[in-house]
Design a protein around this ligand. Structure first.
Ligand SMILES: Cc1cc2nc3c(=O)[nH]c(=O)nc-3n(C[C@H](O)[C@H](O)[C@H](O)COP(=O)(O)O)c2cc1C
Length: 193
């Protein structure tokens, strides 16, 4: 691994979707981003994931759907809450939806299939960072809403993440992170039972 690649891995951080502005990836950059995103470990070669590309028109339609569902679900929603929901999927130039499209009952445990979809999300974040963009992996209520999943055409799959990609308008201070010492331990033999 070159030092530059290692540095990229060590410096990846999220930039909030609301702080991601144009330009987003062009068509050629999007292709590179997706290629990198899909290069993940995948036990059994099942390809238990799918990436949906949601451009600005799609984001507007998704925002309308969120606004409608929110207004139907909560009594007396404030207009600004509805507008916030409408804006939710429209915050960044590019929205990618990573689906965990796994096979139930397969000999490859579902947990491992889900992990592979998580790896797609992480690869997308890293590739965006490597390309000079920033990204944000979000879920929120729409990721778990049956009507949203049906409208997106995947009623039986799960949303691993909404990945927002764009150019960072600003880069706030990094958040506190666990050190290697805090997050690791050495195992040298069986724990006494
Ligand atoms: C599966 C998953 C879902 C997430 N969903 C949200 C979310 O809905 N809202 C949010 O603020 N952060 C969410 N996060 C956390 C952010 O993506 C991000 O990791 C966090 O803000 C810390 O920033 P960092 O990536 O620079 O460490 C989620 C992370 C994961 C792994």
């Amino acid at each position: 691994m070159t030092n530059a690649t290692l540095k990229l891995l060590q410096t990846r951080r999220s930039v909030a979707a609301r702080d991601l502005i144009e330009p987003g990836p062009d068509a050629a950059q999007l292709e590179q981003l997706l290629e990198a995103g899909l290069r993940v470990p995948d036990h059994g070669k099942l390809g238990p994931w799918r990436i949906q590309i949601v451009d600005k028109a799609g984001q507007a339609a998704l925002g309308d759907l969120y606004a409608r569902l929110f207004a139907e679900t909560y009594p007396d929603p404030r207009p600004e809450q509805i507008e916030m929901e409408r804006k939710r999927p429209q915050q960044a130039p590019l929205l990618l939806i990573v689906w965990s499209a796994r096979q139930a009952g397969h000999k490859i445990p579902e947990f491992e299939q889900i992990l592979s979809a998580g790896a797609v999300c992480q690869n997308l974040l890293l590739a965006a960072h490597a390309m000079g963009f920033a990204a944000n992996w979000l879920t929120g209520w729409p990721a778990y809403d049956t009507q949203v999943k049906a409208a997106l055409g995947h009623p039986r799959d799960d949303i691993a993440g909404f990945i927002f990609v764009g150019t960072p308008a600003s880069t706030p201070d990094d958040r506190p992170r666990k050190t290697v010492a805090q997050a690791t331990e050495r195992w040298t033999g069986p724990v006494a039972l």
